[in-house]
Unconditional design. Structure first.
Length: 369
């Protein structure tokens, strides 16, 4: 009978929690159970008959008896919707939001780069800081979901590899002839680091926006996430191969005075640009379901506009890169095209190469052609 009564009390406590929304500590002893049952007018006799398993009296005791405090104040839990709204507010607003943290990281790093350039005129730190900032920004904006961790890892892998490669190359060449004129003045250095900030912030947006929502609003990885991860890997490998092919071509003394037209460089004049564009498009695709997911407060037309706004902001990354890369390859942005023509314009083979090979998007050879 005593065992049956204990089981009945356990059932009673479960029903009490469901009815009154009160949290009872699992460590409550016999005294606490007795006080609670006294407040609910429950019998506690260990000699209870077999009717102990019958439904118990759930009539609440007077208000004074029900104001029992075990180990602190008993209060009703927050409504689920209120908790979700609070979590969404903490995740999407305030100085700790991923987008704002990314802006702070890129702002501080690029400000440091500008001060260093204005004070020393050195070129060694350009890519180390400008590209290396992505590592800190991705780590600072990484969320708890699998998608966000995968996206942050992809960004950090790309940035760490490219920053270290460009820094190693800078240690050998000491300066970038394409930036001599711009970095020779303070205003030119300021403009360079301003563009570096815009480039970094726009590129990190899909990752930061994907991580800005609460964990409850994060969809599963799905086919879009897997396709985005695959596109990133493919683009990253393409960029790595293109960089190393040109690096070893230039390092070979037998190729002195020649332009690189081997390997991936026979398919595109700037295959590294194409790989970079592909890998960032993969990061956008990886975070697309998270950016488009419904979040607490996304209701009606305002919610639909918020979701569409996040997706459009995330897509600014590949659009900005496409304009930048095609502008640089065509000579409309920067002096790279003019410098290549001044170096190899007198070579008929280079002129034929420039006319035949696409600027960025490679033209793959088809069998039989």
């Amino acid at each position: 009978a005593a065992t049956g009564r204990i089981l009945a009390l356990v059932c009673q406590l479960t029903k009490l929690r469901a009815m009154h929304g009160r949290t009872v500590s699992r460590k409550a002893g016999a005294l606490k159970i007795a006080v609670l049952c006294a407040g609910l007018q429950l019998p506690l006799s260990s000699s209870a008959p077999r009717s102990a398993f019958a439904p118990l009296n759930l009539t609440p005791a007077p208000e004074a008896a029900r104001r029992v405090v075990f180990s602190g104040r008993l209060s009703r839990p927050r409504a689920p919707q209120a908790m979700l709204r609070r979590q969404a507010k903490l995740a999407t607003s305030g100085p700790a939001a991923p987008v704002q943290r990314a802006a702070w990281v890129f702002g501080v790093v690029n400000a440091l780069g500008f001060v260093t350039s204005a004070a020393t005129g050195s070129h060694l730190h350009l890519d180390l800081l400008g590209t290396g900032a992505f590592v800190a920004a991705a780590a600072a904006t990484r969320g708890p979901s699998l998608r966000s961790r995968l996206s942050a890892t992809a960004v950090m892998l790309w940035a760490a590899r490219l920053a270290s490669f460009l820094f190693y190359r800078a240690l050998q060449v000491k300066h970038d002839v394409r930036l001599d004129a711009m970095l020779s003045t303070v205003s030119g250095a300021f403009f360079f680091w301003l563009i570096s900030f815009v480039w970094g912030f726009l590129c990190i947006l899909p990752h930061a926006l994907g991580a800005s929502g609460p964990s409850t609003a994060q969809p599963k990885l799905g086919m879009a996430g897997a396709a985005g991860a695959g596109l990133f890997v493919w683009g990253w490998l393409w960029e790595v191969l293109a960089d190393w092919q040109k690096y070893w071509f230039v390092r070979n003394p037998m190729n002195r005075g020649l332009f690189c037209n081997v390997g991936l460089w026979s398919l595109s004049q700037h295959p590294n640009y194409f790989g970079n564009l592909c890998l960032w498009s993969g990061i956008v695709l990886l975070n697309l379901p998270a950016m488009a997911a419904r979040r607490p407060g996304d209701t009606g037309r305002v919610g639909a506009a918020a979701r569409a706004g996040r997706v459009l902001l995330g897509c600014l990354c590949p659009l900005f890169l496409a304009v930048l890369f095609f502008g640089q390859a065509s000579g409309k942005i920067g002096p790279a095209r003019a410098q290549m023509m001044s170096m190899f314009g007198g070579d008929a083979a280079y002129r034929a190469y420039a006319e035949r090979v696409p600027l960025v998007v490679p033209r793959f050879p088809w069998p039989g052609k």
